[in-house]
Design a protein around this ligand. Structure first.
Ligand code: HGY
Ligand code: MN
Ligand code: MN
Ligand code: MN
Length: 428
């Protein structure tokens, strides 16, 4: 049976999604199926509006709000006893053309949990909290989950503060935190903001739950991933006068490398993707001398990524050499932007989520254990406190796309399992 018989208010939860999603969409959210996607990049003006709403709303619900030096926002509701809070967390920042559930649902489900606890005048043993982690997506600033990474002691705060935008430019994370008023004075650290546990509700962002007609994913861990920026330097030259054997064509080399990365990854049952590609000078009749592209590789184990990385580096050098280009050498340099190791979540939290899923759905066929294909802030919280995640299905498994959609009743079921997990953990 569910702890306290508490269930979330589905309409209110979805209204919060409507309301907060107007910050970052071109127009007010109409029907769920047709609205434009979200573009609420971290520390942007629209992110500030969503953050301000989160701070005001949780303070009005009786929480103390702490903002740390990475702009992570901790809204803590007191319990009967003093101690580290059992937290739910996720992120309000989105992809440049993303969906309206990724991250957002997890934070708003936390707000709804606070509302229910207040309405039922329930006082938990220990404090409970809701956390908004800064720049989870890594879309604006190039290290994803960077702020939970600082909190976990895995990313130096100076490195995070110094990050410049993926798109180039002079602003840094620090200058943007300052500009929007979220450069907190509290160190971003698990020692200054300890947590008893961290649960994260998130859409699955893949097709497994929907394909199996299931409602809840009990997330047992997260696969490993690494992000690189690969820079190729050839030589600008005239497209009409330069024979193939006199070219150092960085673009041709890049095409071969990107195709090769998919083949090598597939050989290791891994994934490889290029989402950003820039070149100069960008003229029809000039062979590009400079190309920069992103490389995102994913696999269930770190060892596989180690092997794949070494093979990719060797192959890219070969593909850039004149033996293959039949022209002049192209130089290759690698920059590692993100290393997110594979993690296994804590058995105690996995058990708690499973018991909660049963108490909410009453039917073991409606949920399954699974590993997350996407990275989440829970990767880093699991370094310092018991952590697990709850997935809900999303239509066609599509995410990082304006078509991202999750049914209201599935969001509510996930929010109930999240709330139950917190209450169960608090009672442990
Ligand atoms: O890339 C990821 O998996 C995460 O959304 N940062
Ligand atoms: Mn996310
Ligand atoms: Mn995402
Ligand atoms: Mn993520």
């Amino acid at each position: 049976q569910s702890v306290g018989g508490f269930t979330v208010n589905q309409d209110r939860l979805m209204n919060d999604l409507h309301r907060t999603c107007k910050w970052g969409t071109g127009k007010r959210w109409g029907s769920l199926d047709t609205e434009t996607g979200m573009s609420r990049l971290s520390l942007s003006d629209s992110d500030k509006k969503a953050r301000d709403w989160f701070v005001e709303t949780t303070m009005a619900l009786g929480c103390s709000v702490t903002i740390d030096e990475m702009g992570n926002v901790f809204a803590i509701r007191p319990g009967r006893n003093v101690g580290p809070p059992t937290c739910v967390g996720s992120h309000l920042d989105t992809q440049p053309s993303g969906g309206r559930y990724d991250g957002i649902l997890g934070v708003l489900a936390g707000v709804e949990m606070l509302r229910i606890l207040n309405e039922r005048d329930a006082r938990t043993h220990f404090p409970v909290g809701v956390v908004n982690w800064t720049n989870e997506e890594g879309a604006r600033f190039p290290i994803s989950m960077v702020s939970s990474g600082v909190w976990a002691g895995e990313v130096p705060v100076e490195t995070a503060h110094g990050l410049r935008e993926v798109r180039g430019g002079t602003v840094t994370m620090r200058s943007e935190l300052e500009r929007i008023g979220y450069l907190g004075s509290v160190p971003a650290s698990h020692t200054s903001m300890p947590m008893a546990a961290h649960f994260e509700l998130h859409i699955e962002q893949g097709p497994i739950l929907e394909n199996h007609k299931q409602k809840i994913g009990i997330v047992t861990g997260v696969q490993a991933y690494r992000w690189y920026t690969v820079q190729l330097t050839g030589r600008d030259a005239h497209t009409g006068t330069t024979p193939f054997d006199a070219r150092a064509d960085a673009m041709l080399a890049a095409c071969r490398m990107i195709a090769c990365s998919h083949d090598l990854a597939a050989k290791h049952s891994a994934l490889a993707s290029t989402g950003i590609l820039t070149l100069t000078p960008g003229s029809v009749n000039t062979i590009p001398g400079q190309v920069k592209f992103s490389l995102d590789i994913r696999a269930t184990s770190d060892a596989t990524l180690e092997t794949l990385e070494a093979e990719l580096k060797a192959e890219f050098s070969r593909l850039a050499s004149k033996d293959v280009t039949k022209g002049l050498d192209v130089s290759v340099t690698w920059q590692t932007d993100t290393i997110s190791p594979a993690v296994d979540f804590h058995p105690s939290c996995i058990e708690t989520v499973r018991a909660s899923a049963l108490s909410v759905t009453g039917d073991t066929s409606l949920f399954r254990e699974m590993v997350s294909g996407a990275g989440h802030d829970s990767v880093y919280t699991s370094r310092h406190c018991p952590t697990s995640m709850i997935f809900v299905p999303c239509r066609n498994g599509v995410s990082h796309n304006p078509e991202e959609f999750a049914k209201a009743e599935d969001c509510a079921t996930g929010a109930d399992v999240l709330m139950q997990s917190v209450l169960r953990f608090d009672h442990l």
